[in-house]
Design a protein around this ligand. Structure first.
Ligand code: AHR
Length: 517
């Protein structure tokens, strides 16, 4: 049996988790909107067409902020198409996903849905086929109280009060050739700066995220961030990051190690942003918005969204069925985000329903939880508070992670991957300390002894694990609970020391009560 040792101390803090770290993403893509969150006529739908069963699962998942309407989709989107009388809205070709967009769901419906789901909206503006003027007009429509053409248009459409959207993305993945009207870093940096200026002149309370690289493997990664921030450093609060972990190589140890490359990505972007600050002798710190992250590979390389499907409305594309090992890699990504809570102040699980999503639906039928639902729910429910530094001493393994880039593959030798990946959060208000622990050893139990200093004597609140004997097991409509959390037995606590045995290939949550200390 393998053994790991951990020390955490109440006084050694990484940072507070921003509530927006627990966000998700709804794009007009496949059945995410149509047949996902919105399905008029579904037995659980309300008078607005919002599926009640999906809303209940979203509330249980507990995302805090939802990015909308894309993604690649936003780079060709005319927001005006999605407001006003539904019968007058145009049907349009969506070149991002080779689909027909009916526009029966748009910005105002999204705002209502956010209210129903108890989440904050995050809007992206189209800096692909459109530009700063369009961004200015959308902001005026959404956030200006009234007395101007566009704010009065919103009121005439039935939304008297401004939507008050605080968080805005300046385009999407503008470095990618798949993007409608991709830009060079200089072109994008200029346009993002001008859009930011106009938007903040209308509403100085908003926060803006500039596009970073679409992935760490982009050939322009690094220089893209540097150039873009050189242009818009004074005008934005965030730079974005996107990562989709993959197991194309069918190599589970390397797949589970790949979340550690998210740690590298975050630290590299922080270094570049701070270098831009240093060149200006600026104390300002650009924060990170990890506004797309997930596991995605089965429905990706086939590029099935772009095949000639005959321009269908809401085709069932990108409907990745997640298995047990995906949930583990996904849990590793959650830990990377938590452990960088000082700089990653916003993050969005991509996406929410049906398209690479924790929630699946059958059109006209039921909704169910995928395996990745559970680590996200744990992170959002129990990750609020101060993330503590961890001193981890764990046995390690060696692997090589492969990641595709275009037609070539990049390989990343990973010589010292700790079997234990861990984050610890002091949930201040509740008097609870939560340990999130991933055992990446596929065959052996890992005994973990943690000293939790500074909280006095601890007692066990609750502990559970996500584990399945078959790493390829999945939840389906007919077997929706094949993978689900179970109680974690055998947690031993002596004073400030916690001893726990983690099953091979398992995600674990241990909640310690530190009340009265
Ligand atoms: O989330 C799916 C797609 O992945 C998004 O539309 C795009 O931004 C990214 O490439």
């Amino acid at each position: 049996m393998k053994e790991a040792h951990v020390i955490v101390d109440r006084d050694f803090v990484i940072g507070d988790t921003d509530p927006r770290l627990f966000g998700a993403f709804v794009e007009h893509l496949g059945r995410c909107v149509y047949g996902g969150i919105y399905e008029p006529g579904h037995p659980t739908a309300d008078e607005r067409g919002f599926r009640g069963d999906v809303l209940a699962l979203v509330r249980e998942l507990a995302p805090t902020i939802i990015r909308y309407p894309g993604g690649n989709f936003v780079s060709g989107y005319n927001w005006e198409d999605g407001v006003g009388p539904v019968e007058k809205r145009p049907r349009r070709l969506d070149l991002a996903w080779m689909s027909t967009e009916p526009n029966t769901f748009g910005t105002n419906e999204f705002m209502d849905w956010c209210r129903a789901a108890d989440v904050e909206p995050m809007l992206a503006v189209n800096l692909g086929t459109r530009g700063p003027d369009d961004a200015r007009r959308l902001l005026e429509y959404c956030n200006f109280p009234g007395g101007t053409e566009l704010s009065d248009l919103r009121r005439a459409h039935g939304w008297e009060k401004p939507h008050g959207v605080k968080f805005w993305c300046l385009g999407n993945e503008m470095d990618g050739p798949w993007q409608m009207e991709m830009k060079t870093a200089t072109e994008y940096g200029r346009i993002a700066t001008e859009a930011a200026k106009l938007m903040k002149w209308i509403d100085p309370t908003i926060e803006l995220a500039a596009c970073g690289s679409s992935s760490r493997n982009m050939p322009t990664f690094g220089s893209w961030e540097d150039t873009v921030l050189e242009h818009c450093f004074d005008h934005v609060e965030f730079i974005s990051l996107h990562t989709y972990l993959n197991n194309y190589a069918d190599d589970t140890p390397s797949f589970l190690a790949s979340a550690d490359l998210m740690d590298s990505f975050i630290e590299e972007v922080v270094a570049i942003a701070d270098a831009v600050a240093a060149r200006r002798r600026s104390a300002k710190r650009i924060m990170l918005s990890f506004d797309e992250w997930n596991v995605w590979y089965r429905t990706r390389r086939k590029n099935e969204g772009r095949t000639k499907l005959g321009w269908p409305v809401a085709p069932p594309i990108l409907e990745e069925v997640y298995d047990m090992q995906d949930a583990l890699a996904f849990g590793g990504a959650c830990l990377s985000l938590l452990n960088h809570a000082d700089r990653v102040k916003s993050a969005c699980l991509a996406q929410l329903v049906n398209a690479i999503a924790p929630i699946m639906t059958e059109t006209g039928g039921p909704a169910w939880r995928q395996s990745i639902f559970y680590p996200f729910r744990d992170m959002s429910r129990f990750g609020r508070g101060r993330v503590l530094q961890t001193r981890v001493s764990s046995p390690v393994y060696t692997t090589v992670y492969y990641d595709p880039r275009g037609t070539s593959e990049l390989s990343f030798p990973m010589p010292d991957v700790p079997y234990l990946k861990l984050a610890v959060v002091d949930n201040l208000d509740e008097g609870t300390v939560t340990l999130f622990a991933l055992n990446r050893n596929l065959t052996e139990t890992l005994t973990v002894e943690t000293q939790v200093r500074g909280f006095g004597a601890l007692s066990l609140g609750e502990a559970h694990e996500l584990h399945h004997g078959d790493l390829k097991a999945t939840n389906t409509k007919d077997r929706p609970d094949e993978i689900k959390p179970a109680s974690l037995e055998g947690v031993e606590i002596t004073g400030d020391r916690v001893r726990v045995r983690l099953a091979p290939a398992s995600w674990n949550v241990i909640r310690l009560s530190a009340r009265g200390n």
